[in-house]
Design a protein around this ligand. Structure first.
Ligand code: ZN
Length: 243
């Protein structure tokens, strides 16, 4: 049986199914909200639950709006591109030469051959992003190796859809999302510290939070800033038990 829960400007489609847990979801692109609840859940119970999640729903919706503003890049003249937390304008220079990217003040100049596709342009910029990251990541890792008395055997840079970083604590590897090049450098450092702490404590346990608070006291602010813009258009979902 389906119902609609109306909470001010928010409408929630309630579906009852043979599920164990309730799933509240905010769906892209327009922020439609659905609640799947175990069969037999009373409307007032579902409604009371939804009320406790209002702040979360609003937060997900504002993220979707922010994401909608963040249109895919086409790598054309005067397009805005972020680098280390600052906006830059893209300048396109067509030349019969090896593709290259250069930076001066607030302008990124992308030199490409005639008829270079958007995908190829993106690839050239991506390689440049990697080289910028390779320019700063090793020094940050060394700094935190000394402070934390751990060793990173290798680090990798790659596109990641849902994470800013990851750690393989057995191998001593850390992976960093190349999108970090668009964020202020202190956020890159936060992700590095976070992943390196997993070499000491693999899980997000109380001990991990304790270590993070000790070594990077402003981690909550850093995490909030990183999550301002979502990484991909996936459904945000929160799994909860309905009482
Ligand atoms: Zn972690």
């Amino acid at each position: 049986m389906n119902d609609t829960i109306v909470l001010g400007d928010i409408e929630i489609e309630l579906t009852r199914k043979a599920v164990k847990h309730a799933h509240l979801s905010v769906h892209p692109p327009h922020g439609r909200v659905s609640l799947v609840a175990p069969a037999g859940t009373r409307l007032d119970v579902a409604r009371a639950f939804a009320i406790t999640k209002l702040a979360w729903i609003r937060q997900q919706r504002s993220q979707l709006r922010a994401q909608a503003r963040e249109a895919p890049r086409r790598f054309v003249q005067r397009e805005t591109h972020h680098l280390w937390g600052r906006r830059h304008l893209l300048a396109i220079c067509i030349a019969d030469a090896k593709p290259a990217v250069s930076l001066d003040h607030r302008r990124i100049t992308l030199t490409i051959r005639p008829d270079t596709s958007a995908a190829k342009r993106a690839e050239v910029v991506h390689e440049w992003h990697k080289s910028l990251l390779h320019g700063v990541v090793p020094a940050l890792i060394e700094k935190w190796e000394r402070r934390l008395s751990v060793q990173v055997t290798a680090y990798f840079l790659q596109r990641m859809k849902t994470k800013w970083g990851s750690c393989n604590h057995r191998a001593g590897h850390i992976r960093l999302n190349t999108e970090l090049v668009k964020k202020p450098k202190d956020l890159l450092e936060y992700v590095i510290v976070h992943e390196m702490l997993h070499l000491i404590e693999p899980n997000h346990s109380a001990r991990f939070v304790e270590l993070l608070t000790l070594h990077y006291p402003t981690w909550r602010e850093a995490r909030a800033e990183l999550n301002e813009l979502p990484l991909s258009a996936e459904v945000w979902r929160e799994q909860v038990l309905l009482g």
